[in-house]
Design a protein around this ligand. Structure first.
Ligand SMILES: *[C@@H]1O[C@H](CO)[C@@H](O)[C@H](O)[C@H]1NC(C)=O
Ligand SMILES: *[C@@H]1O[C@H](CO)[C@@H](O)[C@H](O)[C@H]1NC(C)=O
Length: 338
C-alpha cells in the first residue's frame, strides 16, 4: 500500500503505522520570523503560524521558554506549545494585484480556523515489522526546511519531499509535485513540508538553521533510510500539511494569458521551488517522547486533547500592524515576483 492512498483514508480506517496526526488552527498571520530574522519587525515576508501563544518577534534560547511562556496552543494536544510556520499563498490577478488565499480545514477537523495538520512519525510507514524508535527533540531545538530564494527544480533537489498536491477533493493525496500545480485545483492546493529526520545529536540550532539536521543517507524516512554518521540520531519526521483554498481563484479567464499559474508565495516565489517551513520545538516535559515510544496510531490517549473551539480561541496580538487582506498593489514587504 502506498502513502498516498492510505493518507487519504485516515479518517475512515485505523492506519497500521505509528504516528501522531493532529490539527492546529491559525495562531496568527504576521510578517515575523523569530528563527531567520529574530528581532526584526517586520520580517521580509508574511508567515502563517500555528502553536503556542508565546510566539514573538524573538524566541532565542534559553531566554524564551515556549512551555513556560505560553498559556495556550492552537494545536489539538495541549502539551504541544511548539510553533510551526510557513509562507502565505497569494493569488496574482491579471491586473497585477494580489489577494491572500484562505486556508481550509481538513476532513474530520471541520471548524478549525485555517492552520495546518501536523504529523510526528516514528516508523517507516506501513512497515510494521520495522518498529524503529526515534529520539524526540530537546528544549531549544529548532530547524528550517527549504530555502525561500530557490528559483528552479535543480536547487529544489537539496530538499526531499517539499511538495504540492492539486486537490480535487479532501481525499486527494497524489500526485505530489515539487513546483506549484499548473492547472486549477478544484478544492485547493496542499503544501507538504517534510522536515529532515537525522540530527547531529549536539546542536539545537545552526547558523543557517539547517546544518544540524540531515536527510537519511539513502532513500527516505519512510523507506527506512539510515542516518549519516555525521547526523546519527533519528528524530521524528515532522510533516506539515496546509490546504490553501484556491477555489475562488479558479476561473481560467483570471489566470495569466501566457498559460502560467497565478499563485505566488508571500516571498515572491511564483514557481513553488522556494517552499519552506520553520519549526521551534516546545512540547511539555517528555510528552512527545512518550507519545513516540507508545507507537500509537493517530489517537494518543497519553496526551490531553482540547476542543476545536478552544484551539480557535488561542491567538497572539498583532505586533506588526499591517493590512494584508483585500486586493493589494504589492505583496506585504513589496517583494518582487520571481
Ligand atoms: C514579546 O516580547 C516583548 C518584548 O520582549 C514582551 O514585552 C512581550 O511580553 C512578549 N510577548 C509574549 C506573548 O510573550
Ligand atoms: C483586479 O482584478 C481583480 C480580479 O479580477 C478584481 O477583483 C479587482 O477589482 C481588480 N482591481 C483593479 C484595481 O482593477
Amino acid at each position: 500500500m502506498k502513502w498516498n492512498s492510505a493518507a487519504a483514508v485516515f479518517g475512515l480506517v485505523a492506519p497500521t503505522h505509528a504516528l501522531l496526526r493532529f490539527g492546529c488552527s491559525q495562531l496568527t498571520i504576521q510578517r515575523l520570523d523569530p528563527l531567520v530574522t529574530p528581532g526584526q519587525n517586520p520580517s521580509p515576508h508574511l508567515h502563517q503560524i500555528i502553536g503556542g501563544n508565546s510566539f514573538n518577534v524573538s524566541m532565542d534560547f534559553p531566554s524564551h521558554d515556549l512551555v513556560k511562556l505560553s498559556t495556550c496552543t492552537t494545536c489539538q494536544f495541549t502539551e504541544d506549545l511548539s510553533n510551526y510556520w510557513t509562507a502565505v499563498l497569494f493569488f496574482r490577478a491579471r491586473n497585477g494585484t494580489f489577494k491572500r488565499v484562505p486556508q481550509l480545514a481538513q476532513a474530520g477537523m471541520e471548524g478549525t480556523k485555517g492552520g495546518m495538520v501536523v504529523y510526528y512519525m516514528s516508523d517507516a510507514l506501513f512497515d510494521t515489522a520495522q518498529r524503529s524508535s526515534v529520539t524526540a527533540f530537546k528544549p531549544g531545538f529548532r530547524m528550517l526546511v527549504g530555502e525561500a530564494s530557490y528559483k528552479d527544480r535543480e536547487q529544489a533537489r537539496d530538499f526531499r519531499q517539499l511538495t504540492y498536491t492539486c486537490m480535487e477533493n479532501q481525499a486527494s493525496r497524489s500526485p505530489e509535485t515539487v513546483g506549484f500545480p499548473k492547472t486549477p485545483c478544484k478544492l485547493g492546493i496542499m503544501a507538504n513540508h517534510r522536515f529532515p529526520t537525522c540530527w547531529d545529536g549536539v546542536n539545537l540550532d545552526s547558523p543557517n538553521h539547517r546544518d544540524h539536521v540531515a536527510y537519511p543517507e539513502t532513500g527516505t524516512f519512510e523507506s527506512g533510510g539510515k542516518c549519516p554518521s555525521t547526523h546519527p540520531v533519528k528524530i521524528p519526521q515532522i510533516l506539515l500539511e496546509t490546504v490553501w483554498d484556491t477555489s475562488q481563484f479558479n476561473r481560467k479567464e483570471d489566470w495569466p494569458e501566457d498559460g502560467s499559474q497565478p499563485f505566488v508565495w508571500s516571498n515572491g516565489d511564483s514557481k513553488g521551488f522556494g517552499n519552506h517551513a520553520d519549526y521551534v520545538f516546545g512540547w511539555k516535559d517528555n510528552a512527545l517522547q512518550k507519545a513516540m515510544d507508545a507507537h500509537t496510531y493517530v489517537s494518543a490517549p497519553m496526551l490531553r486533547t482540547q476542543s476545536i473551539s478552544e484551539q480557535n480561541k488561542c491567538t497572539v496580538r498583532n505586533m506588526v500592524n499591517e493590512n494584508f487582506d483585500g486586493w493589494l498593489k504589492e505583496l506585504p514587504g513589496g517583494n518582487p515576483i520571481f
